[in-house]
Design a protein around this ligand. Sequence first.
Ligand code: HEC
Ligand code: HEC
Length: 409
Amino acid sequence: MHRSKSVLLSLLCFLFSVVWACRQGKEENDHSPAGSAPEERVDALPVVFTSPADNPATPEKIELGRALFYDPILSGPRDVACASCHHPEYGYAEGLDVSVGVGGQGLGESRTFGSAGHVPFVRRNAHTILNTAFNGIDAQGKYDPARAPMFWDLRVESLERQALEPIKTLEEMRGHAYPAHLALDSVVNRLRAIPEYRQWFGDVFGGPQAIDSINLGKALAAFERSLVASNSRFDQYMRGDQTALSATELEGYQAFIKTGCIKCHNGPMFSDFKVHVLGVTDNEKLDRPDAGTDRTYAFRTPSLRNLRYTDPYMHSGNLRTVEQVLEFYEDLSIADRLNPHVKPEQLDPLAREMNVNFKDIRPIAEFLNYALNDDQFDRKIPPRVPSGLPVGGNIQRGQSLAMDGPPGR
Ligand code: HEC
Ligand code: HEC
């Protein structure tokens, strides 16, 4: 009975795919433990996503955003695209501990600097773009896409604004081609010089000056927002399919709640979108420590969805497997495992209070490794991009640097 009800509700959600996220069968399918605080619950993702009022999604805008996402014209030396670090083969993340931007070659774990010494490593592990449409969603399923928190330190709000940041950042896409304050103008001028982009932006946004940095951010954001993976077996379970999880996964889910993981990893994204001090060590490739949010060594709780595609883990990419993350939590009291810049008393109380039971590690890992992935996401790569540059940047090993390639300024 519950199932047919929930199917009907899902259908209604599709039909009324409007402003706020649909909540399917909330009361009927509430698998949270009795008496838990409202924020201490996880849930299925909504079936539809919401766009900011000033940037509605249209199929044509999404395709323009896709082209831009794969076009290295957005980077100073024309060798790095968004997709160089956020590639569908790696679940729109990348398989590297810390990213290699300008001057890099190759894809995923085999990406390295072509000729060392140009720019440093990017300072953090890259997030996946999957489900960033839902960044900021709370345990009640509410979120505001215009204010969606972004990055490990929450320093930017909304996909629209986030999209312009890598273009200005030395290590990611800018390189030494132009100073940061001229980066957006330079890239906009390059796009304006390409007739296909003039036509495409004009069709999507209208007007003779349709190419500007605001619309560039809007197109990229519309594409990113469309990259949703919301039908994991956990989602199916929460929507009413009692058979969707294995016995061990269910045991892991219960242990995840009991252990207190859910105090921070909650809501449909398994994140409270707040920052906490856990004392994870710095990546040794960095030239100076990464002090996190406001120099407090606090970092944002990451989503636990699609972990299968997004290793290695933590802001520094220092932990390679979910099991290693669990061992880290188990040993949180062992000071010599911690970041030397963080004193034990600075650790978040919610983490300190946790007591990870050795016997729960395997079921929790099983739950996180297998129940929360949805591999049915959009992997479409455009066959070419309007600049004529290599699609995705220099991601093929041995590909010659695009600097001498066509066209632009
Ligand atoms: C050189 C690698 C690299 C490139 C190129 C790159 N990114 Fe990222 N991206 C990262 C890293 C690293 C982070 C995490 C940085 C942080 O949080 O401080 C990140 C974070 C993000 C996030 C935040 C997700 C979240 O949940 O907070 C979004 C969205 C994103 N990138 C989109 C883009 C777009 C759009 C482009 C192209 C305009 C792009 N990225 C280019 C490496 C890269
Ligand atoms: C106090 C809040 C808090 C609690 C409790 C907590 N986490 Fe976390 N979790 C975080 C934060 C913050 C990070 C990122 C830390 C960093 O990168 O420095 C994180 C990172 C992770 C990651 C890495 C994800 C990625 O993409 O990098 C996993 C996996 C994880 N936690 C699982 C768990 C499990 C399992 C538990 C329970 C045993 C748990 N967490 C308890 C806040 C918490």
